[in-house]
Design a protein around this ligand. Structure first.
Ligand code: SF4
Length: 331
């Protein structure tokens, strides 16, 4: 299947009445340009000039509150995108708050050719939602998800890992509850502490202690297993690596290759299972998976060596299975 592409338009929520602990309102409302219809058109036209294939390209409105912005403004942006959907673009994707979904709003989205609705759920624990100032409940997430599915949109659910007041158990609980809402897609965002946020205050006062990075990687490897086993595609894990995040963050769960680290851990677990009690083993992987199998700086090989196990991994062009254990004379 060909890979999906998107033309992303960031829509800041100016005048947002909420105070989510992780959100840097100053950066959102100060530094971001507010896009209008002409900006949507020029972004899509630019993508066309650069060779975007309309059939696999979505126009994506990100920012997290698309249906909570003033109605006229929302329709201005949708009206600019719709002609491209009518002309063969794959659809319109947007992300919004669970409490900004009603049948009336979904009817409008449907009329304008929206195909995917992502809800910023963040947690299914009401206590965690409240502690982090989200301003909505787990029930809002359930109701909004049900409505999005009734209107036949692709449902995407976003969760955050390691929020203030959360625990790995609560994050696993969130993943299970989200899976029970039958989304087609999920995004997992490990919590990053940005300057000038409520989380930053809590962190600096010692009230909030983020998970340590290796524990978060292990947890997110479990979450990937859960979503994958349920047939939910995890379309994003970790924040995009960017200079802004790197310069604005005080701490938290950030690594420029976060997903790769989680995938490496999953691969190491599979190898460990296949190795059993052997003292040496050889595996083949598709060439594009070699670095994931070896781990960053060959960390998986080092891990096995520390346990007295010698592991060799070979790239195998044409292999479709993610990991094959080769029979050797030793095993
Ligand atoms: S993340 Fe929360 S505070 Fe920030 S814009 Fe969205 S709803 Fe408002």
């Amino acid at each position: 299947m060909s890979k999906r592409a998107s033309v992303a338009v960031f829509v800041p929520h100016i005048g947002c009445p909420h105070r989510c602990s992780f959100c840097d309102q100053r950066a959102i409302t100060g530094a971001q340009k507010i896009p209008h219809a002409a900006d949507v058109v020029s972004a899509v036209e630019r993508a066309i000039v650069c060779g975007a294939d309309p059939k696999r390209t979505e126009i994506a409105f990100f920012g997290g509150s698309f249906t909570a912005v003033p109605r006229d403004y929302m329709i201005e942006l949708l009206s600019a995108a719709k002609p491209y959907v009518d002309a063969g673009f794959r659809g319109i994707r947007l992300s919004t708050r669970p409490d900004a979904i009603t049948p009336e709003i979904l009817g409008i989205l449907s009329d304008y050719g929206v195909s995917s609705v992502e809800l910023g759920a963040q947690s299914m624990s009401d206590r965690v939602l409240e502690l982090n100032g989200r301003g909505h409940t787990a029930e809002d997430i359930e109701k909004a998800s049900e409505l999005v599915k009734q209107f036949d949109f692709t449902l995407g659910l976003q969760m955050m890992v390691g929020l203030y007041g959360s625990t790995p158990e609560l994050d696993r609980f969130t993943a299970d509850r989200l899976i029970s809402l039958r989304p087609q897609e999920a995004r997992i965002y490990p919590t990053v502490i940005l300057k000038d946020t409520r989380l930053a205050e809590l962190y600096l006062s010692g009230e909030y202690k983020p998970y340590d990075l290796s524990a978060a990687i292990s947890l997110c490897a479990d979450l990937l297993d859960k979503f994958e086993a349920a047939g939910v595609s995890v379309i994003k894990l970790g924040l995009h690596s960017s200079r802004e995040v790197e310069s604005d963050m005080l701490g938290g769960l950030y690594h420029p290759a976060f997903r790769e680290l989680c995938e490496s851990e999953r691969c190491r677990r599979k190898m460990e299972f296949l190795i059993g009690s052997d003292k040496s083993a050889s595996f083949t992987v598709p060439p594009e998976s070699l670095s994931k199998a070896l781990g960053q700086k060959k960390s998986n090989i080092t891990y096995f060596r520390s346990k007295g196990i010698s592991v060799k991994i070979f790239p195998n062009p044409g292999q479709s299975e993610p990991l094959i254990k080769i029979k050797t004379e030793d095993n």
